[in-house]
Design a protein around this ligand. Sequence first.
Ligand SMILES: Cc1ncc(COP(=O)(O)O)c(C=O)c1O
Length: 424
Amino acid sequence: MQFQNTLAFAQQLDAQDELRSYRNEFHFPKWEGKQVIYFTGNSLGLQPKLAQSYVDGIMNDWKELGVEGHFHSDKPWWDYHERLAAPLAKIVGAHAEEVSVMNTLSVNLHLLLVSFYRPTKTRFKILCEEKAFPSDQYLLQSQVRFHGLDPKEAIVEVKKREGEHFWRTEDILSKIEELGDGLALVLIGGVNYYNGQVFDMESITKAGKAAGAMVGWDLAHAAGNIALELHDWDVDFAAWCSYKYMNSGPGNASGVFINKKHLGKDDIPRFEGWWGTKKETRFLMKPVFEPMATADAWQISNPPVLALAPYLASLQLFEAVGMDALIAKRNQIVAYLEFILHGIAQEVKGSFEIITPKERGCQLSVLLHGHGRPLFDYLMQHGVLADWREPNVIRLAPVPFYCSYEDIFRFGQILKDGILLQND
Ligand SMILES: Cc1ncc(COP(=O)(O)O)c(C=O)c1O
């Protein structure tokens, strides 16, 4: 499609957008009384309007039923989390029994590493990307130390090439091959939080499995953003937070994927609690743990239903729209943003470059040259909520659920004015 940098063209794209009505399903924050341009759904997704009634429903059941809400409310609390598994399985490409929701992301990655990072004397290396999200770095280092190993020896980071802003798949594959029998685990962020790169999860998983390693993915920036086929790719485990593209609310619960082949096994180490034991006998309070036959075996505590309620509401929207439609719009709206950015970069030469490679989801990361935080502050003052990353990157994520082409056009005008003003 031949894009144009005009309001009329952007509005025409909006008029043709089959998902345009979904914008109205979300609450938009305001800045100085005006609705913002919200490009930071990769950090915190907007609140679905439906969420309030889901939370109110639980508050009301608690008020009316007290403890009986566990079993007699409209959506009983004791197995509330099970309602999220099937819709999430569609989003991440899994069987429903491979998915569960519990805790928060870093906690879940720790719990999954208890099961899937089992170093031996010879096979103990972990492969990850250079400058992974800090929490992932800390959790890998602490897991390695927990096993009495030295992070400097055990953790191998794949680096970007000199002068490049992205990782090359061939570099990751050849590092996996090089580590061979020494490789215990591959754990990478499926979509990099900084440059927005989508990793070739299928090829990397295949190579990791061929080397005899476990392969896991941190899908914080991937779930609800890109197409995932975790089961078919033979991924061992994955986890994601729900507050970014999944729109479940700040700090909310994390989803996990555990491949079917690891379910129902007696010999898998795991930290256990009463919500992972079989439902049928759970309240017999037996001293012996009998694991659920699903990923719920990793559940430790009873589910935080007040937190899961907005997540379930959001999943209802995903069910209605489907990932295919979201991805189709995402491709077009991100392409429009790129077109607008390229136009500005030509007009005000050398002011920035896009560092996100073609393998991308919703996010474009813009590396500023000569401009810094003041330009970002200018955007904020003019109603653009984007995301600043040190030292000089602005992350922009036009989420297909609720962003419009008009948002992109207007953002372009504000960005250009901001650059020109600061060049003066
Ligand atoms: C890639 C990635 N991994 C891990 C985390 C940590 O998530 P949490 O604080 O929910 O544990 C984040 C949070 O933004 C993230 O972006």
